[in-house]
Design a protein around this ligand. Structure first.
Ligand SMILES: [Zn+2]
Ligand SMILES: [Zn+2]
Length: 379
């Protein structure tokens, strides 16, 4: 992402004046011309450093807000409300467009390129080919599992199962049998320690649909170091440059979208299989976790990776859905917002966008209003 240097113009102007005054003062007070030159050079160097620092800081803070302000420019509300036209030969451009400039620095690996693509409703259009880094650039992943039944909520992440969001603390671990009505739950030992996957091998045995019996009754967590080569897993996605409306709500078997800080949004976590093996596939406080093949990915939106601040009644954007529409954080009161069946609505400020479900529902986005490139592969 290119950072604008225009914000530094004014400070530089001021600094120039200071340099000039200092130089004049030195000329009047110094004895020899050589000393003047050296002193002036020193002052100028210092001024340059300060300007550079100021620019970096300002950009970091201001860029998300600026970008958010820019976004609604591409809005054309009335055209996007015409999904009844079933013809896919002529894509119904919505007027919204993906802005790759909104991705955080470092979230994308390589350049965003464009190419022809065919969407699942038959539309032929242009897509961005984006590769996300697979490691969130705006936060550190983890913690996931608590290690002792005396641990408080800060020691672990969260768990959600379609019914609720739970802090992964010691109390949660000791209450599992009661919560799920099954006395076979026993994730902790007599000394209070919690069974947590401790090696890459244990993690591989636990983080798969057919959980190995040896790791039943474990809190399952992975680490970046346990992935192949110890590196984040990058993911390449094709997203329509301009969303194309589908005939009706549509779904995809692939990933649901990508966050602005470089992580894929996965399909619902397979909660039944996880709980059926008496495991908890712990999420961190941002709603993501590792698996051995796909690396770190998101299952629940809890307000991480957000872009700037927004006005009352709205929540910040944090991702693009696979159909190219923006995804904003969950609303405090979704009922008041008149959302459609895919949790989308159109506002003057943001155009059409989705609101993620509450993390409790274990499904960030339920369906798409626009057509997607269906890769036929989810996780
Ligand atoms: Zn997962
Ligand atoms: Zn909204």
């Amino acid at each position: 992402m290119n950072r604008s240097s225009s914000t530094s113009l004014q400070p530089r102007f001021r600094l120039r004046s200071i340099v000039l005054l200092l130089a004049l003062a030195l000329i009047f007070s110094a004895c020899g011309t050589n000393t003047d030159d050296n002193a002036t050079t020193d002052v100028e160097e210092t001024a340059t450093e300060e300007t550079a620092e100021g620019t970096a800081e300002e950009s970091t803070v201001e860029e998300p807000a600026d970008s958010a302000d820019d976004e609604p420019a591409a809005e054309e509300p009335d055209d996007s409300e015409a999904p009844e036209n079933g013809e896919t030969a002529e894509p119904a451009a919505t007027g919204e467009a993906v802005d790759v400039g909104l991705f955080f620095d470092g979230a994308l690996t390589g350049d965003a390129t464009t190419e022809d693509c065919t969407l699942n409703g038959g539309a032929e259009t242009t897509c961005y080919r984006l590769t996300v880094g697979g490691d969130p650039v705006s936060y550190e992943t983890g913690p996931f599992c608590p290690t002792n039944i005396t641990d408080g909520p800060e020691a672990g992440g969260i768990w959600f199962d379609g019914n609720g969001v739970y802090d992964l603390d010691g109390e949660f671990i000791t209450n599992l049998a009661e919560l799920y009505g099954d006395d076979n739950w026993q994730l902790y030992n007599d000394d209070g320690t919690v069974n947590v996957t401790e090696t890459a091998e244990e993690f591989d045995l636990a983080a798969r649909p057919d959980v190995d019996p040896s790791v039943q009754n474990h809190c399952v967590e992975g680490q970046l170091e346990w992935l192949e080569n110890g590196q984040p897993v990058t993911s390449t996605v094709l997203i329509p440059v301009e969303p194309v409306l589908a005939d009706g709500a549509t779904t995809s078997r692939g990933n649901l979208g990508v966050t602005l800080d470089g992580v894929v949004i996965a399909q619902s976590a397979p909660v039944d299989a996880i709980l059926g093996a008496y495991t908890i596939a712990a999420f961190d406080d941002c709603g993501g976790h590792y698996n051995p093949v796909d690396g770190y990915h998101l299952h629940g939106a809890v307000g991480c990776s957000e872009l700037g601040e927004v006005t009352d009644g709205e929540t910040p954007m944090f991702a693009y859905a696979a159909d190219g529409f923006a995804i904003h954080s969950p609303l405090d009161d979704p009922a008041s917002a008149d959302l459609d069946e895919c949790n989308g609505h159109e506002t003057e400020e943001f155009g059409y966008h989705y609101h993620a479900n509450n993390a409790a529902e274990n499904q960030v986005v339920e369906c798409f209003t626009g057509q997607v490139v269906d890769t036929g592969r989810g996780r």
